[in-house]
Design a protein around this ligand. Structure first.
Ligand code: CA
Length: 448
């Protein structure tokens, strides 16, 4: 199948890991096309996204291409089609709204490896006596920060926000697909596609050791999964391994007929029938559960910063400008700590404090490598000094809101808190003019 007188053996494994409540990863192993997709969106939605994205990829498996460029173009087109399919499914089914997935796919034709991808699922090439090479570039915020010299490679590898991806399938109608010039495969080459459930907990050196020391491909895949799980299994783990063997031409190995339907693990179908998504952390108050409260995806405000709200402080805007420069109009998905949910910054709101004023923000109250993941949306005339101290403290942590409307409602609640506080403070100037729409206190009511 691969031409050039060698045979391609394909192996795969997927595992839920030890922390997540479902496996949202999917993979495809065909004759000449192979892919990994890491779904996001929580429970059913993530699984649906990753499977849906594999459909156009699977369709490529039966096609012939007259020239390398045609194969390359078809691979990129299939990923673009996957994006459209996931976006449309998400739009059509409210319970799936906001789902997304990574997609890393390879096509082997005439001894060449074609590769295209979106997101942070990686492809590696392991070639005799050379260090393992990461073929893909992670579409993550930390990768961008590394490229700008703001984080070291080592810091990025362990950064708590390393799962913040800057591109994904299914989030926006347009997606930029990265592809590589074709790579001439050689006997002995190993190509590994994997989700970040492997590359998060297991470093490149260890991946190399395991692949080099295990001659059986299926066992090698299982060893990678086991290694991730023995490191805590914090995420779903999926690996697809291609080994270029000998010189006998033939079709890809990979068991049975060498083809599998797009799938996650065997339990996926059962989980898909359960319509209830949501709530991964039963014990957390819903207002503090970002996975619940935020739209799971969104795009950053304008690439040039033109649609960013104007702040009063230029210092603050510098931060925003930097954010816009880094994000460059791409999608920023926020991996929610521990929950596996993702949020879209521009669809996330919270009420917090800016310069002593109660303020509505877009984003989340967090900072990555000095980069604020929020920006001022609306200012108010309420000072935090007018609030009871515990209310002010709560506000400084950020009070999440599911929408701008809800954020404004929260502001009104804080306005009442401020008014109540001032009403009980005898030192306050009893202004005769009602402030903030407050009714005048009834006359003749003695205040103790
Ligand atoms: Ca993942």
């Amino acid at each position: 199948m691969t031409g050039r007188g060698f045979r391609l053996a394909a192996h795969a494994a997927t595992d839920q890991g030890l922390v997540r409540e479902a496996n949202e990863d999917s993979y495809f192993v065909g004759h000449s096309v192979f892919a990994v997709a890491d779904g996001m969106g929580g429970h059913v939605a993530g699984e649906v996204a990753s499977r849906k994205a594999l459909e156009p990829i699977a369709d490529l498996d039966s096609r012939q291409f007259p020239a390398p460029q045609k194969a390359q173009d078809a691979l990129v087109e299939a990923i673009t089609a996957a994006n459209t399919a996931v976006v449309e499914k998400g739009d059509a089914e409210p319970e799936l709204h906001g789902m997304g997935t990574t997609l890393t796919a390879v096509l082997v034709r005439d001894g060449r490896l074609h590769l295209a991808h979106v997101g942070d699922s990686r492809a590696y090439l392991l070639r005799d006596r050379e260090p393992i090479s990461q073929l893909t570039t992670d579409h993550t915020l930390v990768e961008q920060l590394v490229r700008e010299g703001r984080l070291s490679r080592e810091q990025a590898a362990t950064h708590p926000q390393r799962s913040v991806v800057t591109r994904a399938i299914g989030v926006e109608r347009q997606v930029k697909v990265d592809s590589l010039p074709p790579i001439e495969l050689q006997p002995g080459d190993q190509v590994l596609l994997c989700s970040d459930g492997l590359t998060g907990p297991v470093d490149d050196r260890r991946i190399t050791e395991l692949l080099d020391s295990e001659p059986d491909g299926d066992a090698a895949c299982q060893a990678l999964v086991d290694e991730a799980n023995s490191a805590g299994g914090p995420d779903n783990i999926t690996v697809v391994l291609l080994r270029v063997e000998g010189s006998a031409p033939g079709a890809a190995g990979g068991g049975e007929d060498g083809r599998q339907r797009p799938e996650g693990d065997g339990e996926t179908t059962g989980r898909l029938t359960s319509a209830t998504r949501i709530r991964t952390r039963e014990d957390s108050a819903s207002t503090d559960d970002w996975a619940e409260r935020m739209g799971r995806y969104g795009k950053t405000q304008g690439a040039e910063g033109t649609s960013l709200p104007t702040g009063r402080r230029t210092g603050r805007r510098t931060g925003i400008g930097r954010f816009a420069a880094i994000a460059l109009g791409v999608v920023v998905l926020l991996a929610l700590l521990g929950g596996g949910g993702y949020g879209l910054l521009s669809r996330a709101y919270f009420v917090g404090e800016l310069d002593g004023q109660v303020t509505v923000f877009n984003g989340i109250p967090q900072t990555v490598a000095g980069l604020r993941l929020h920006w001022e949306r609306e200012s108010t005339d309420i000072t935090t000094a007018s609030l009871p101290e515990f209310r002010a403290d709560r506000l400084r942590e950020g009070v999440p809101a599911g929408s701008l409307t809800e954020a404004r409602e929260i502001v009104e609640r804080y306005r009442e808190f401020a008014e109540d506080e001032q009403g009980t403070d005898p030192s306050d100037d009893p202004s005769p003019t009602p402030q903030f729409g407050q009714s005048p206190a009834p006359t003749g009511t003695p205040t103790p």
